[in-house]
Design a protein around this ligand. Structure first.
Ligand code: HEM
Ligand code: HEM
Length: 169
């Protein structure tokens, strides 16, 4: 049974990354975007940047583990799943990269570190446009990913979600 699951570290990193990413997408879209760029925003941006960089690192860790550790056998439709997983990874890497570029280019990183001011707003910076657009694509991909997982679990009944389950046998 154990052989049919992802290895423990892969499972743990999948779920920690999933939580961090969902937090970043929701708080970015529903909190950060609506806040004017006053000093009160700096604390929120600091948290966002730390967790954003962490999400990027977790995804890189997952990609590295996926290449080294054995994965469960493929299922029918695996090509589509593979394309979906690659797109998810790519979207998150693009989010982390565009976020870091934005922080550097706009001076937000200096403001967060303590010796700068925020720009009046972020909307005219190109990395901000990429960040906003890819965020919407990432949300769409996550909705499809969760729908696919539920479809397998509840309709095909192939126990797919158990492949990403932590805990004993
Ligand atoms: C996987 C990682 C990340 C995710 C999922 C994410 C998500 C988001 C989302 C959803 C928004 C709001 C976009 C919108 O609604 O148009 C946002 C804004 C922003 N993010 Fe990220 N982000 C990530 C990483 C980062 C990193 C690493 C940095 C900087 C080091 C960063 C800096 C910013 C900034 C400066 C804004 C602009 C806020 C504003 O317009 O008021 N992000 N992010
Ligand atoms: C929140 C609910 C989520 C559920 C229920 C879920 C469920 C699953 C399941 C069951 C698998 C195994 C699929 C298989 O064996 O073919 C999987 C794999 C995967 N998930 Fe998720 N997931 C969720 C969130 C996320 C998020 C937010 C991301 C990142 C953006 C993500 C990225 C991935 C990737 C890249 C794989 C492929 C695993 C690999 O080959 O390393 N998942 N997920």
């Amino acid at each position: 049974m154990q052989n049919f699951r992802y290895a423990r570290p892969q499972v743990a990193v999948h779920w920690v990354a999933a939580l961090v990413i969902v937090f970043l997408l929701l708080s970015g879209m529903f909190v950060l975007e609506d806040m004017p760029n006053t000093v009160e925003k700096i604390g929120n941006l600091r948290i966002h940047m730390i967790f954003g960089a962490l999400a990027g690192l977790l995804v890189i860790t997952r990609i590295a583990m996926r290449r080294r550790l054995p994965a469960p056998p493929s299922l029918p439709g695996d090509k589509l799943a593979h394309a979906g997983h690659m797109s998810l990874n790519l979207a998150i890497l693009l989010m982390a990269a565009s976020g870091m570029l934005l922080a550097l280019q706009s001076g937000a990183l200096d403001a967060v570190i303590g010796n700068g001011v925020l720009p009046e707003n972020f909307k005219d910076f190109t990395p901000r446009k990429v960040h906003g657009l890819v965020a919407k694509i990432a949300m769409g991909l996550i909705v499809l990913h969760v729908a696919a997982a539920l479809y397998h679990q509840l309709i095909v009944k192939d126990g797919l979600i158990s492949r990403m389950r932590l805990g004993g046998r």
